[in-house]
Design a protein around this ligand. Sequence first.
Ligand code: ZN
Length: 471
Amino acid sequence: MELLIQGRKPMSDKKLKIIFYGGTGTVTGANFLLENINQDKNEKKFKILIDCGLIQGGEEKEKLNKLPFKYGPESIDFLFITHAHLDHIGRIPKLVKEGFRGRIFSTPATKDLSGLILEDALKIMSYELNLKEALYSTDDIRETMSVWETIDYGTREDFKEGFSVFLKDSGHILGSSIVEIEYKEERVVFTGDLGNSPSPILKDTEFSNDADYIVIESVYGDRNHEDREIRTEEFKRIIKRTIQKKGTLLIPAFSVEKTQIILSELNSLIESGQIDSVPVFLDSPLAIKATEIYKKNTQYFNKEAKEKINSGDDIFNFSKLKFTKRIEESENIKNTPNPKIIIAGAGMSVGGRILSHELEYLSDKRTTILFTGFQVAGTVGRQILDGVKKVKIFDKEIEVRADIEQILSYSSHMDSDHLVEFVEKSNNNNKLKKVFVVMGEMSAGLFLVQKIRDNLGIDAIYPEEGESFEI
Ligand SMILES: [Zn+2]
């Protein structure tokens, strides 16, 4: 009877609380907190963070990285990292600098790549701002890496606090994982970024199972990718055309995954004789180092890639490919006669060696520039893609006379239909109670929310920043 319990708070059966501190309403800055609530007296309280990424997308947004965390870094016991992209790891050294004393976990490959990427980001920050204004120092990175432990895919790790963790291959970049956390029979799945399988290198994205709650990315929540066959045909056509017009093909590329996919595609096309061999330059120290890490981790590659490697093919190398680590080597590229291909960072032409090449080649109508990834508004890459006649690089105005091409299916993100399929397959036991859609622009996120509700009849929500849910 109602009267009997009046004045007494009914015991809630909720076991966990999830708070969305970042990665909501936008594709960057992933930062989610999971803590246990209503625990018994003899149970320990724990606070777990999933990812601690940098907020990106223009100066105004990036200033937000400087603000203090909305929770005490010292109160966090564990940090699990889904993968090594900066929008998932970029604020970890800041967290450590500001008092985090817990344990960090990821796959071994994610740890390796993260060390490299954090160092590179610090170099860029110190160059663009100055050391005083950088978010963290080399010491903070060292401290971060010293408390970073590793767990491999497929091994369940039990913690004395009463929860367990299981990592699955998300197929997005080398080492990327889906983090499944289980506490008192509730399984909460954090997808991180999900891959655009099948990849020429990585294994297919694994599905989750028996999920009670899913926190899912939605970068391409409202779009589907073009066919992979078309992508290779397009790439071939663009290279052949470059050779025909004796021009330079500029490919602004992201250093991790996309560069390795492009190298492996070039390797296949050249070694099978589908295109003529021309000089190719990988002009990015970060991409060169990332490729080395890929080569050391072939155990994570798919069957086809492994077979090629076992038959003696270095899938990231072919005749006439040159890795130009030093700046003098980079400057010398212009002395190599056309036709040639230059792959350089940054992927959106914000900084990096691609800018010098754009300055050198964009005004030449024999040049083709090929975009292989999303170009954020305001970047040089976006301006070129939008067809501006002149672009400003290093304070110089340069006329754009190059041909402009784009192949979007090089994306390493899962597209809309496959995101829905991921949710459906993860609901194998009909246990799924709610899907939280994050890491997407509002239109993409809301579209996916609707699609999950309509197609699957499962409750889905696009949480706001700072919003919390008891589950
Ligand atoms: Zn990512």
